[in-house]
Structure formats: C-alpha cells, structure tokens
Design a protein around this ligand. Structure first.
Ligand code: FAD
Length: 304
C-alpha cells in the first residue's frame, strides 16, 4: 500500500543529498531523504578542500549536516536502502527495503559511486588511509614524500604527471603490462619518474599506513602512499531503472541536474566528473533550486 505524497524524495544522504534537503526543506517543501549508510569516502580519516571544514572526519560533516536538518520539520531522514522507483501517474513510487512504499512528486538521485580498487591483495586495508584517488583531496599530506602512482596507459601517465606537481619522489607502477607508448616513456623519463611494470604481490604497512610495495620478484619499493585512478561504477542502478539516458561520461543531465526523465534529478558524484564534496553539495543545492522552481510552476498550473 502506498501511504503518503512528498514533494521530493531524495535518495542518498551524502553531501549532495543532504545539501538538497536543506534547500528544499527551507523552501517549505516536504522532503524525505533515504540513506543506506554507505559513503564514498567512509574509509578516509579527514576530508579536505571544503572551506570551513578542511581536515574534519567525513562522518563529522554528515553528523553536523543531519543535526542542522533536524531543525526543519519539513525534512525527514531515514536510514533505508531504496530498492526501486517507478512512475505512478504524475507521481513516483519509492520502495524502501523494509518500509511501505511512498509517493513523491519529484525524485533526486544522489547515490554516489563506488571506486573499483586495483586488484592487489590486501589493498582494502590501506584505502582511504594511504591509498588515495584524488591528489586535490590528499596530495598535500604527501608533498615531497615518496609516493607511487598505480595505473596503466594514458590514465596512469596522466595521474603520474599531475602528482609530480605534489612530489617529485614518484614511481609509476603499472601492475603488469603498462600499455605505455614510447612517447609516454620518454616524457616520464624526462621528469625522472621510474616505471615498474612488474605485478605487485602485496602491500606492507600497519594500521592503514603504507610502508612498501612488494613486487612478485621480491623487489621492495618503500612508499608512503599510492594514488590510483581505476574505474568506478554507480552505487545504485536507480537512474538506469527509471529510464534515464546515458552518454559516454555518465547519465545525461542539464546544469541543474535534470535528467531525460521529467521530475528526476541527479546530483553529486552520480552526475558529474569533478568529484569533490563541496561540489557535490553545490550540485545538490542547485538541483534543489530547480526542483522547487518546477514544483512552483506545477502548483500555479494546478490552481489556474
Ligand atoms: C577515499 C576517498 C577520500 C576522499 N576525500 C575527499 C576529500 O578529502 N575532499 C573531497 O572534497 N572529496 C573527497 N572524496 C570524494 C567525496 O567522497 C565525494 O565527492 C562525495 O562523497 C560525493 O558525495 P555524494 O553525496 O555524491 O555521494 P556519497 O557521499 O557517496 O553519498 C551517497 C549516498 O547515497 C546513499 N545511497 C546509495 N544508494 C542508495 C540506495 N539505493 N538507497 C538509499 N541510499 C543510497 C549512500 O548510503 C550515501 O548516503 C574522497 C573520495 C574517496 C574515495
């Protein structure tokens, strides 16, 4: 049985979803936020590049945001996985994992992405502590320190060239066949970046702090951190199941996050290439403005 109609159902309680909830709640919109409790940076100890909050723990930012949302009786937050969303006439039907379905006039999907870790035994223990994805987020902590880039082909070279700005004490590890052209090799050599094409057998360190990469031959390279840029995939398939169209870079949407399906919006890592918390929050706020504008138009049309 479907019990209730909200103005907006927000799927995702990370920075993008919570920011949208704040703007919509303050716009007197009845909002429900679903949060399955899995955040992209949950393994990290400290977040950076967020003005006013630089260096705080990721969970602290979320706790603070949720506490501020509790001031607004227009916003409900649920710790629930959403398993499906479908259209029912003018509204959407949201199906949470363990509660009754409910209806909403609009939907914002802010469900983030999952990083696909390089296939190296034990790497999970270091992820977010000394194995990182983003030089802007964590490069400062390793400025001029011994660092490895893990990556193949053009992506690996691109990350190595970027990270060289933070530390010249850099090696590129391709964990098998490198896919590097002679031109790539020449450019790396000019910058003094050695290439290790051998497979990494294991990582050594303690309490999440990397100390060394051990190669299959037994060779050891002492490093304080690894940066990698392998693939990622959406944490949920909700946009796809709603029929949103995709382009090469991801889901198709306009600058406000409006997707190809009327009434369905997207924000945060699920939507765009620049993946920073402050940008996810800004995208959530921007989508919220667009949603409220669309709801206002709808409200006025119904009154005429
Ligand atoms: C290790 C690491 C460190 C990082 N450090 C930084 C940093 O220092 N600074 C920075 O700016 N960025 C950093 N980032 C990037 C940052 O984590 C993301 O840009 C940011 O989390 C994106 O926010 P989001 O709200 O889009 O997604 P997320 O924070 O991933 O939140 C997704 C939300 O969707 C929910 N969800 C997913 N599917 C469902 C479903 N079906 N039903 C209900 N809920 C669902 C999840 O539970 C979660 O609440 C880091 C990333 C990583 C991997």
């Amino acid at each position: 049985m479907v019990t209730d109609v909200y103005d907006t159902a927000i799927i995702g309680g990370g920075p993008a979803g919570l920011s949208a909830a704040l703007v919509l709640g303050r716009s007197l919109r009845r909002v429900i936020v679903f949060d399955s409790g899995r955040y992209r940076n949950e393994r990290s100890c400290a977040l950076h590049c967020f003005l006013g909050h630089d260096g705080i723990a990721p969970h602290e930012l979320l706790d603070l945001s949720r506490a501020q949302l509790r001031r607004y009786d227009t916003v409900e937050c649920k710790r629930e996985l959403v398993t499906s969303i479908s259209r029912d006439g003018e509204n959407f039907v949201i199906c949470p994992d363990s509660e009754l379905p409910l209806r909403a006039r609009t939907v914002l999907v802010a469900t983030g992405v999952v990083d696909e870790l390089p296939p190296i035994v034990g790497i999970e223990a270091f992820f977010g502590r000394s194995v990182h994805v983003c030089p802007y987020c964590d490069g400062w902590e390793y400025r001029n320190a011994p660092v490895a880039v893990l990556g193949r082909g053009a992506k690996g070279v691109g990350l190595a060239r970027m990270l060289h700005h933070w530390s010249a004490d850099l090696v590129l590890c391709t964990h098998g066949s490198s896919g590097l052209s002679q031109d790539d090799r020449d450019k790396l050599r000019q910058r003094g970046i050695p290439i290790h094409e051998e497979k990494v057998a294991r990582l050594e360190g303690r309490d999440g702090q990397l100390e060394a990469l051990v190669f299959e031959s037994g060779d050891v390279v002492n490093r304080k951190a690894i940066f990698f840029n392998t693939d990622q995939h959406p944490r949920s398939a909700l946009l796809e199941s709603l029929g949103c169209t995709y382009q090469a870079h991801g889901v198709e949407c306009d600058e406000d996050g409006a997707t190809s399906v009327p009434g369905v919006y997207v924000a945060g890592d699920a939507s765009r290439d620049v993946q920073l918390i402050i940008i996810a929050a800004a995208e959530g706020a921007r989508a919220a403005l667009a949603i409220n504008t669309a709801l206002l138009q709808d409200d006025y049309a119904q009154r005429l």
